[in-house]
Write a protein that binds this ligand. Structure first.
Ligand code: F3S
Ligand code: F3S
Length: 107
């Protein structure tokens, strides 16, 4: 399963964390939803591989803790998604297809 690229239409925006949009459903700590808009990470798929943090040339991602989540205890937050230059490296390297980037999708 990969992140749904239509999440901004199929899901409800339920809030914001660290300036990053939260798209539900959220039922903490097991279900955390999708985070971000231009650069979106499905926290329920992310296994904290870290390739996105290592490879993004403009350091869009930062680690946030997710204790009690079944997939991983950390998630890659697209904290600085406004800096994204649409190189698409993160989309290519994520082993679980948890990231979607859409140049035309803005918060
Ligand atoms: Fe970085 Fe991914 Fe954008 S690698 S520049 S967040 S497309
Ligand atoms: Fe998570 Fe994929 Fe990045 S598993 S840490 S979003 S490379």
């Amino acid at each position: 399963m990969a992140i749904d690229p239509q999440f901004h239409e199929s899901r409800e925006r339920v809030g914001e964390e660290n300036g990053v949009a939260v798209w539900g459903p959220v039922d903490e700590p097991e279900q955390l939803g999708i985070r971000g808009t231009h650069v979106a990470v499905d926290y329920d798929l992310c296994i904290a591989d870290g390739a996105c943090l290592e490879d993004c040339p403009v350091d869009v991602f930062t680690w946030v803790d997710s204790p009690g989540h079944p997939e991983s205890e950390q998630k890659a937050e697209p904290t600085h998604e406004a800096q994204c230059i649409d190189c698409m490296l993160c989309v290519d390297v994520c082993p679980v297809d948890a990231i979607d980037v859409d140049a035309g999708r803005t918060a």
